[in-house]
Design a protein around this ligand. Structure first.
Ligand SMILES: [Zn+2]
Length: 77
């Protein structure tokens, strides 16, 4: 895992996030999070019928991962 301590110390108000929008990478993230063989559900609207369009990874939050469907992704600023 990349060392982000220095970055976080100098840029305290800056939260680095990573947007994963590659289907293969999303599947990999899903598997890593223990959802193997299981569909990930959008964590914003919780609609299981919607396909996940992207995963927002927040390293500063302990590698928090937010799965977002296309509709929710578009609502983000
Ligand atoms: Zn959604």
């Amino acid at each position: 895992m990349a060392e982000l301590g220095g970055l976080l110390q100098t840029e305290r108000n800056f939260i680095r996030v990573e947007l994963i929008d590659d289907p293969a990478a999303i599947a990999e993230c899903s598997a890593r999070a223990g959802h193997t063989g299981d569909r990930i559900i959008c964590q914003r609207c919780g609609d299981a019928d919607l396909t996940i369009a992207a995963i927002l990874v927040v390293p500063a939050g302990g590698e928090s991962q937010w799965a977002l469907c296309a509709a929710c992704l578009l609502e983000m600023p």
